[in-house]
Design a protein around this ligand. Structure first.
Ligand code: TLP
Length: 353
């Protein structure tokens, strides 16, 4: 008997490489990247820089490493970094911003992940003997904890004007920036042209097994290369990571649209069910977050009930469950998920009566 299918919507990080990627890995030309001699890495970095409209790029092992290297490369020890209060850097990177980069994170709240330029301006305190020097503003697009929401190019521009006027740098955690670009049917450069530098991930919806890229000026990338080395991130024959990255940038970006379509389908299906709250206006890319608080259960418990139905999801907050669509999650898996959520919520509502 075939094993029951597992629907894994915990994250788009669970995606597996395509056959084309595996072939590219097998045939990649390799060299020692610490000596800058891996031709496949060099090619990927060139393609990434061009796509983002910047001078240079650097392959790193993960999104977390990309953010850490960028924080260190954009600042000096002891300075202050303004970031969104629910940002990945602040929430999920084990406090590397403080323990390793030795920076003071200054979280600013927002409603949908897009910092209000006025709030950013207000958080930049004047020169004073008591205050650390503010040097960097970090944005995140799409915004993970706000449910994959998009910060529009115009909004980034408004924040970049504040940054420039105050002499601060602007960095973008663009782990899923291609999701934003595809959703708005816009060239990714429309977002990146307003920031000094950014990172994006190959290992999420683009389906690569490993890797993220930092992109910025030649000077920023040279400094980042040295910092990556300090952090143990010099990766020798890294062409085996870069090869699927090239495939991703050449052929996997437009497919993100399918993930967005499926997320919308899932969200609209959930919205019709009783007892669950979902804000459809926040479902802008490949994430679907919904609130199970009215069912008399917390998100962790709801997630374990889903697991009994062979569906893997994540608890985002005490009451919110997150599901992420990606390659391998099709209409059929979406329908199965909606009906499992329906059954669970009906059972819970009966218990509440
Ligand atoms: N996010 C992961 C988890 O860490 C939560 C996920 O499943 O969404 N920036 C953003 C905006 C991210 O969402 C992530 C990963 C990272 C950075 C870190 O990337 P990795 O996992 O490659 O270190």
């Amino acid at each position: 008997m075939p094993a029951e299918e597992i629907i894994d919507v915990r994250s788009d990080t669970v995606t597996l490489p395509t056959e084309e990627m595996l072939d590219a890995i097998r045939h990649a030309a390799l060299g020692d990247d610490v000596f800058k001699e891996d031709p496949t890495v060099n090619r990927l970095e060139k393609i990434a820089a061009e796509k983002m409209g910047k001078e240079a790029a650097l392959l790193v092992s993960s999104g977390t490493q990309a953010n850490l290297v960028s924080l260190m490369s954009n600042t000096n020890r002891g300075e202050l970094v303004i970031l969104e209060a629910e940002s990945h850097i602040y929430w999920y990177e084990v406090g590397g911003i403080s323990t390793i980069a030795e920076l003071l994170p200054w979280p600013v709240k927002s409603r949908f992940g897009a910092l209000d330029p006025e709030d950013v301006e207000a958080s930049i305190r004047p020169k004073n003997i008591h205050f650390p020097k503010p040097s960097l503003i970090c944005l995140e697009n799409t915004h993970n904890r706000h449910g994959g929401t998009i910060i529009t190019p115009d909004h980034i521009k408004a924040i970049s004007e504040v940054a420039r006027a105050q002499g601060l740098k602007l960095y973008l955690d663009g782990a899923r920036i291609f999701n934003a670009a595809v959703a708005l049917r816009t060239d990714v450069k429309e977002f990146t042209k307003h920031v000094d530098n950014l990172m994006f991930c190959l290992s999420k919806g683009l389906c690569c097994p490993v890797g993220s890229l930092l992109v910025g000026t030649d000077k920023f990338i040279e400094r980042s290369r040295k910092i990556r080395k300090i952090l143990g991130g010099g990766m020798r024959q890294a062409g085996i990571i870069a090869a699927p990255g090239i495939v991703a940038l050449e052929s996997m970006i437009n497919r993100l649209e399918e993930d967005h379509r499926n997320a919308r389908r899932l969200a609209e299906g959930i919205a019709k069910l009783g007892g669950i709250q979902i804000d459809l206006s926040c479902v802008q890319t490949n994430m679907v977050c919904f609130d199970v608080g009215n069912l008399g259960i917390n998100a962790d418990m709801f997630v374990s009930k889903l697991k009994h139905n062979n569906i893997l999801a994540l608890a985002l907050t005490e009451k919110k469950v997150r599901m992420v669509t990606h390659r391998g999650i099709e209409k059929e898996q979406i329908e199965k998920s909606i009906s499992a959520i329906d059954n669970i919520s009906n059972e819970l509502r009966l218990e509440l009566k």
